[in-house]
Design a protein around this ligand. Structure first.
Ligand code: NAP
Length: 296
């Protein structure tokens, strides 16, 4: 193996410890406990598991958590009135609407309703718009892309001037990751399912962020020697040696890529743990914003 492993698990743990220390300071000073409200609509087991792990992280860091669960047939009005109530609730610092919502609901309208001061997922159109505009700052940056940039910074990877290729243009990972890289003065190429000559494009990357949800699609010979690979993909691959019959792999063929890359995130243990760590950081920040509001 030539690549240096980027240990997301360890780096996320450090972030969590920093957040926990700040939370303890706040509570000792008699300030409100940062509190995350999650909104789950329906019964998708993966969404329920994500929401549960976010609540658990809050507890571990000394933060509060409120978990709201509506049935799969909840109406648009019911979801919107819940979000409005959480917006108005002074004990709630941050609101996270677990995506995807059931298909009959208008996701954009729900996300638009989340107060930008409580938008700890960073998905409100105002926060995303500010991220896209030069000289503007979002109040919150989406957690997974922010985690990717945090890993690059922590490993001392130079972003400014680098050729960065982002695979995927989703609202939650690819697009905000691209915007963050541009704001850090990288030259960014965004690839998607219509991109031609993908291997050739990827070969230009000093930094590659892969977020396409395609099992080990990026092969070793697509990678520029010495490049930094951030693999966001979380794909289930059949594996008869595992009790569950499958294992988690990324969008990059790790075994091949690690022989060519300079730095690489493993899956699991790379970007995954960073997402929740960044969510906790955003929730702490939201509590600070609320303190300022109450003091006005
Ligand atoms: P998504 O919404 O399905 O978006 C996938 C993107 O990849 C789209 O832009 C799509 O292009 C592009 N794409 C799909 N197949 C492609 C191909 N063959 N060649 C080039 N581009 C292709 O997925 P997502 O929500 O961004 O998630 C991406 C991956 O990250 C998934 O594996 C997901 O599980 C993982 N993820 C991990 C975390 C974490 O915390 N680690 C968080 C979120 C997501 P079009 O736009 O043209 O359709």
């Amino acid at each position: 193996m030539t690549a240096q492993l980027i240990n997301g698990k360890l780096i996320a743990q450090q972030v969590r410890e920093e957040v926990a220390a700040e939370v303890a300071k706040r509570t000792a000073a008699g300030k409100m406990k940062p509190t995350l409200a999650t909104v789950l609509v329906g019964d998708r087991p993966d969404s329920a598991a994500y929401v549960a792990s976010k609540g658990k992280a809050c507890q571990e860091l000394g933060m509060g958590s409120i978990s709201e669960h509506l049935p799969a047939n909840a109406t648009q009005e019911q979801v919107e009135s819940l979000v409005r109530r959480l917006n108005a609730d002074p004990t709630v610092s941050g609101i996270l609407v677990q995506l995807p919502l059931p298909l009959h609901l208008n996701e954009e309208r729900v996300l638009q309703l989340v107060s930008i001061e409580k938008d700890v997922d960073g998905f409100s159109p105002i926060n995303i718009g500010r991220l896209a505009q030069k000289g503007r700052e979002p109040l919150f940056v989406p957690c997974t892309p922010n985690g990717c940039i945090y890993l690059l910074d922590k490993m001392g990877i130079q972003i400014e001037g680098a050729n960065a290729v982002v695979l995927g243009r989703s609202n939650i990972v690819g697009m905000p990751a691209s915007l963050l890289l541009v704001s850090r003065n990288a030259t960014v190429t965004i690839c998607h399912s219509h991109t031609k000559n993908l291997p050739e494009v990827v070969r230009q990357a000093d930094i590659l962020i892969a977020a396409i949800g395609r099992t080990e699609m990026v092969r070793g010979d697509w990678i520029k020697p010495g490049a930094t690979i951030i693999d966001v993909g979380m794909n289930s691959k059949p594996d008869s040696t595992k009790k569950s019959g499958h294992r988690l792999v990324g969008d990059v063929n790790f075994e091949e890529a690690k022989e060519v890359a300079g730095f690489i995130t493993p899956v699991p243990g790379g970007v995954g743990p960073m997402t929740i760590a960044m969510l906790m950081k955003n929730t702490l920040r939201a509590a600070g914003i609320q303190d300022q509001k109450l003091a006005q």
